[in-house]
Design a binder for this molecule. Structure first.
Ligand code: PGA
Length: 240
């Protein structure tokens, strides 16, 4: 496990984008696991700048997003489909058919989960998985629980997640459920990068990096991952 601490959000984003650039330059068909939320936005900006400067291309990239709200129209301003297009996909040369985002309106969630996992396997597995972390230690929408989840499933969002994310749902009701890759799906990625910034993430980072490995802090399982790097600012790292 590597822990990198940065003085500025820009330095963090550039160093994190370096990991993506290196993969995109060396692998012919890279497979990325992508995250939503505020944490990855500066890194996505850095990647767009590098694409615009002609330094990298997404032409042969395949992506799988971690999660999506249930029962939110795909084009809702708060869907993760919309988020990913606005913050990355619409600005680079990725092929839409190579973009995979879970369908939060699938008629059969079990079938949706199975086919998502099958698509990840068919793509050769995830080379680089980007993660944020919830203040409660969640990764994807794997909320604190009594067991680690294996693969993609539908989850009831915890009160902590509702509290954190409801700020985005000013004039609408935040969904209570989401479909998310499981802890097992995330752990199967070859390389994991986790971004956390701000003091409100400090306790989750302490529990995840230094605490017991327990489903009460789902991110703590990353201590078992053979290739994980934490990208932190000083505030998020202050309890380490
Ligand atoms: P954030 O969310 O990046 O918006 O803080 C992270 C998460 O909940 O996983």
């Amino acid at each position: 496990m590597k822990v990198l601490v940065f003085d500025t959000a820009e330095a963090l984003a550039q160093r994190c984008a370096d990991e993506f650039s290196a993969l995109l330059r060396t692998k012919t068909t890279p497979v990325l696991g992508l995250a939503t939320g505020a944490s990855p936005v500066p890194t996505y900006k850095a990647l767009i700048e590098r694409y615009t400067a002609g330094e990298i291309s997404f032409r042969n990239v395949t992506t799988f997003n971690l999660d999506e709200y249930c029962e939110l129209p795909r084009n809702d301003k708060n869907s993760y489909y919309t988020f990913m297009h606005e913050n990355l996909f619409d600005h680079v040369d990725i092929k839409e058919e190579n973009v995979h985002i879970l369908n939060g309106n699938a008629p059969d969630f079990e079938a949706e989960a199975k086919s998502y996992e099958a698509d990840i396997r068919a793509a050769g597995g995830i080379d680089l998985q980007l993660l944020g972390i919830g203040t409660n230690g969640h990764i994807g929408f794997n909320e604190p629980d009594v067991k680690f989840t294996k693969s993609t499933f539908v989850v009831e969002l915890s009160q902590s997640t509702v509290n954190s994310n409801s700020i985005y749902f000013e004039n609408s009701v935040m969904p209570k459920h989401a479909i998310t890759m499981g802890i097992g799906s995330i752990m199967a990625a070859k390389k994991v990068l986790l971004i956390a910034t701000g003091q409100k993430k400090a306790e989750a980072i302490r529990a995840c990096v230094r605490g017991d490995i327990t489903p009460a802090c789902p991110a703590s399982i990353l201590q078992f991952h053979p290739d994980v790097t934490f990208f932190l600012d000083r505030d998020a790292a202050k309890l380490l």
